[in-house]
Design a protein around this ligand. Sequence first.
Ligand code: OAD
Length: 255
Amino acid sequence: MITETIPEIVNEKLKQARVIGAFTGAGISAESNVPTFRGDEGLWTKFKPEELANFNAFMKNPELVWEWYSARKKIIHEAQPNPGHLALAELEELVDEVIIVTQNIDNLHRRAGSSRVHELHGNIERNYCIKCGETYTDDAILSGTLPPKCRKCDGLVRPDVVWFGEYLPQDEFTAGEEAAERSDVFFSLGTSAIVYPAASIPQIAKRAGAFLIEINPETTPLSDIADVTILGKTGTILPEIVKSLRSIKKEGTNN
Ligand code: OAD
């Protein structure tokens, strides 16, 4: 079902759910002014991923790659969680388990208060040395000259994000698959759902029997298999869903 309003079945399924999973993409942070990748204003229309987001590009021109990442770090550092992130965090008060599986590197789910977050593409607030693996906070490296060098071995330090052609962190991906398999209701939120292997996660949830709800202003390849696609912004729809669930649960305890 593709709809612009929240159908009653969403409330019914959420009321019964013990485990809720949510797969998120750049769209959930769009209302925090973090640019998405695709679409008219998307990052990949202005920058070429092959020049910025891969290991060979980094080795060839670490200054350029760091210039781009330090600008993105600044945008993300200044961004605040929006009502969509906050609604997901609030959901934890109403359901036994809420597990977030995100493609985002912006750390906004944790900053909003979500306690179980699996990051499939890394975290832009972390950095590590490509030679010895020593980790660095942004504060430790951004004040010096770029590209930053490891204080232990003089190796190049890189952001802890997954670049094109790199493997996803295995433990995070496995945790994402497990969340998908265990969820009674699974959300796909603000993602174009085309970048694999991450995009297989909501499909796993659906195959394992979860009720699959997509929220996005546009349809995606996932809309074909979603039980419900709500055409709208996560910052508007998610707070409405959580508000209804809260009042349903309250009614239940009053009866
Ligand atoms: P995309 O930029 O591909 O897609 C963003 C999606 O968010 C689109 O489907 C938009 O319609 C939707 N959207 C925009 N505003 C929204 C809003 N307010 N509420 C809800 N949805 C909204 O971003 P991702 O799907 O996250 O990978 O991209 C996946 C991966 O591609 C990223 O993790 C990144 C990129 O290359 C790596 O860097 C490895």
